[in-house]
Design a protein around this ligand. Structure first.
Ligand SMILES: Cc1cc2nc3c(=O)[nH]c(=O)nc-3n(C[C@H](O)[C@H](O)[C@H](O)COP(=O)(O)OP(=O)(O)OC[C@H]3O[C@@H](n4cnc5c(N)ncnc54)[C@H](O)[C@@H]3O)c2cc1C
Length: 501
């Protein structure tokens, strides 16, 4: 058994790891976390993916307490503006398109009909219809929820919340700046030296040191697999602003701009804004001005510049070092997948640590292969948002529309375009409904579909889709606005029941 676990870094990755380990290792071995307040955490990363709920539940975090502590809001998905063409919009919600993907292939019927009276494609999807009207309730999960949801939160408050949570469960926090990583002859990391001369020893080191990648990158020199030829964005300006008005959108907004895209993330206390850009395609000062023109209200701080390269370390686990979070790699934040990747790799690591079998090279190789696959799958999904664009109004969009795609993505696009098939591979982060949402949103419909589609008489198909749209509209109309639902939840005493629908 691994006795002494040392986590390097106290951002979301570090404290999520500490929370998971103290939840399951109570009374066995030790969990220590070294962080430096002087260096601080990245503090962005406000939008998440539905799997975060499973993480919170697994470690025993109460939803209302968590939302109150992090100024959180609910997220049904993302609204994409101007991605296909300027003035256009679509949603990717964490929906259940249900029978749209079923035996009648209703998405295909919708397309075959091309009938304006059927409304937007999103109106055939319950969470998208909710998002369009700014409504939210936690779904009834008995018998399978019709949609999933995630959260928006203040990333700094999230790390602080997890820190208190983990320390109450026995994690030990060591404040200090690491100045040296001392290794044994066999290549293992033996101990860390801090600026004040103290040393921290461990058996297993979890590198959560952010972009510094102190152990895996700097000390062990693990090569970096660069994705920037497909995902060229390499910088972001981030700037929170005052919240304006009562309404809170239950979704993130991503607006495509000349040299990148801007995020808008509503929190209870403020609205997060940022502009992710490619410095090959736009001058960072111009990107900054474009961000400031996007703000909802008065800026609360000066905009902050962050630089990065998209990609990941070739291996995530080398000798006795495992990297999680930004130290292992970064895909751009378009689909809010960083915390999701921390979570999946952490879950895999926990399974291995908790297994009775000793850790061997095969398990570690599998961990690394799977981690790399997950990065590649999500990379492909993110590229899909760009490469289907009809925009040609700036160098970025012209490049994205004409670039050579990774083979794995080119194959998937081909299958969809020529056969209407949504092909899934091993370890996909996004399922078929997500791929359908992007294809449909980018108006990328198959040229040829299964002839079985034509077996359903047109009138019958139209009737099904009309009734489906009406049923969704009837279900959404009585739901509370997101801000009202959240306000009631926040005002409730802890332990009280959820607000009524
Ligand atoms: C522009 C941008 C937008 C993003 N948006 C999203 C999003 O919407 N959703 C999402 O899921 N993710 C997002 N992310 C990613 C997200 O911010 C991170 O995945 C998440 O915050 C975890 O970061 P981390 O813990 O790996 O690193 P950090 O938060 O940077 O933490 C690193 C830690 O290591 C410590 N450290 C570093 N060097 C030393 C040293 N020498 N000695 C001691 N301690 C040290 C630091 O003090 C800190 O505690 C975004 C990232 C960027 C850049």
């Amino acid at each position: 058994m691994v006795q002494r676990i040392v986590i390097v870094g106290g951002g979301a990755a570090g404290w999520m790891t500490a929370a998971a380990m103290t939840a399951s290792r109570r009374g066995r071995g030790s969990v220590e976390l070294v962080e430096s307040e002087e260096i601080g955490i990245i503090g962005v990363g406000e939008a998440t993916f539905p799997s975060i709920r499973a993480f919170n539940e697994r470690v025993g975090i109460d939803e209302a307490e968590f939302l109150r502590a992090t100024h959180g809001t609910y997220k049904l998905g993302i609204e994409f503006r101007d991605w296909h063409s300027v003035g256009d919009r679509y949603f990717h919600t964490f929906g259940n398109f249900g029978s749209l993907l079923g035996p009648y292939m209703l998405w295909g019927q919708y397309r075959r009909m091309a009938d304006a009276s059927l409304g937007e494609f999103g109106e055939q999807c319950l969470p998208t219809a909710m998002a369009m009207q700014g409504r939210f309730v936690v779904p009834d999960e008995d018998g399978g929820a019709p949609y999933k949801y995630a959260y928006h939160f203040d990333a700094t408050l999230y790390a602080a919340f997890l820190r208190d949570f983990s320390m109450r469960r026995g994690a030990r926090r060591i404040e200090g700046r690491i100045v040296e990583v001392i290794r044994a002859e066999n290549g293992d990391v033996k101990r860390l030296r801090l600026a004040d001369g103290r040393e921290v020893e461990g058996d297993l080191f979890i590198d959560c040191s952010g972009f510094a990648s102190l152990l895996l990158g700097r000390a062990m020199k693990e090569p970096f697999v660069d994705f920037s030829r497909w995902l060229p964005v390499d910088g972001a300006w981030a700037c929170p602003c005052e919240r304006v008005g009562e309404a809170l959108t239950p979704y993130t907004r991503a607006t495509a701009l000349e040299g990148g895209w801007a995020w808008r993330i509503p929190l209870q206390s403020r609205t997060g804004h940022g502009h992710v850009f490619s410095s090959r395609h736009i001058d960072p000062d111009v990107a900054r001005e474009q961000l400031m023109a996007q703000l909802d209200g008065k800026p609360l701080t000066e905009p902050r510049l962050l630089r990065f390269t998209t990609g990941h370390r070739e291996r995530f686990w080398v000798r006795n070092v495992v990297a999680l979070g930004l130290s292992s790699g970064f895909l751009e934040p378009l689909e809010s997948t960083s915390i999701f990747l921390i979570q999946t790799n952490l879950a895999h690591l926990m399974t291995l640590l908790e297994a009775k079998a000793p850790l061997d090279e095969t398990a570690i190789a599998d961990f690394n292969a799977r981690g790399a696959r997950e990065f590649r799958r999500i990379r492909d999904f993110i590229i899909l948002h760009y490469c289907l664009t009809a925009r040609r109004d700036s160098a970025l969009w012209r490049d994205m529309a004409t670039m050579d795609l990774p083979d794995t993505l080119a194959y998937k696009i081909d299958l969809w375009r020529h056969h209407g098939v949504l092909h899934q591979q091993q370890d996909e982060g996004f399922d078929e409904t997500s791929w359908l949402a992007i294809h449909a949103g980018m108006r990328h419909w198959p040229q040829r579909t299964d002839p079985v589609l034509n077996e359903l008489p047109l009138d019958h198909a139209r009737d099904i889709l009309q009734r489906r749209r009406e049923a969704i509209a009837r279900a959404v109309a009585p739901l509370p606005p997101h801000h009202a639902y959240l306000a009631r939840l926040m005002n409730l005493a802890q332990g009280a029941q959820r607000p009524a629908r």
